[in-house]
Design a protein around this ligand. Structure first.
Ligand code: NAP
Length: 199
């Protein structure tokens, strides 16, 4: 399958991409400054250009763009709206635009995160983004045309990020286990799945 991995050079992406390639997939990576193709998830024209550049696509995986941390007492609606732009609306755009561009039966595999389900200080935006992604996937799964599928992987802190993020008390999910969840979404036949990779 020809698979576009947005964020393919990132922490999760750099573990997933070699495994997809080893399994015979034709993978093209994308990012704002990294990867083989350029895309900025906050820019709809850029998402359209990505699909034009990618050619026939059988699968899209997005492992890009975090929700920004916030401080609830000073959080504003404007800041929350800005926070939604890349990780929520950008991933939604990959699906809404991709439904017209991808091959019949193509899959979309998005990424949310544990704060959809588990409150944590300083991540109101991140939680809202991930919860909204879960609801989007439920709707998109029954609406997508031509046998297309959509799922979302919701990781807890990933093992390769334990030294990057200070979420003491969150047990990390191992990278092989996490990669296996993405593979299942790409290569299996499920749709509408919210895959809670909570270790
Ligand atoms: N790491 C964790 O512990 C963890 C836990 C739960 C959920 N997640 C979620 O998993 C996803 C991937 O996380 P990660 O840790 O692998 O991220 P990462 O290491 O920061 O890598 C993110 C990748 O996304 C690309 N990117 C960022 N903003 C973008 C944009 N606006 N448009 C296009 N590409 C963009 C970056 O490349 P460029 O700079 O070239 O654009 C980079 O390759 C995120 O949604 C994150 O919130 C991660």
């Amino acid at each position: 399958m020809r698979i576009v991995v947005v964020g393919g050079a990132g922490t999760i992406g750099r573990r997933l991409v070699p495994v997809l390639r080893a399994r015979g997939h034709n993978v093209v990576t994308a990012g704002r400054t990294t990867g083989e193709l350029r895309v900025d998830l906050t820019d709809h024209a850029s998402v359209e250009a990505l699909y034009r550049a990618a050619g026939r696509v059988d699968g899209v995986v997005c492992v890009a763009a975090h929700g920004a941390p916030d401080e609830f007492r000073t959080l504003t609606v404007d800041a929350l709206r800005d926070n939604l732009a890349a990780k929520f609306l950008g991933q939604v755009d990959l699906v809404l635009t991709g439904q017209h561009q991808c091959a019949d039966g193509a899959s979309f595999t998005l990424t949310s995160g544990i704060f959809a389900d588990r409150p944590w200080p300083g991540v109101t935006g991140g939680g809202v983004i991930s919860g909204a992604l879960h609801s989007f996937v439920l709707s998109a799964a029954i609406e997508l045309p031509a046998g297309m599928r959509v799922n979302v992987v919701s990781p807890t802190l990933v093992a390769d990020s334990v030294d990057t993020f200070d979420f003491a008390g969150l047990r990390p999910v191992g990278m092989p286990e996490l990669v296996a969840h993405y593979l299942d979404c790409v290569e299996g036949d499920r749709t509408g799945g919210i895959v809670r990779a909570y270790g």
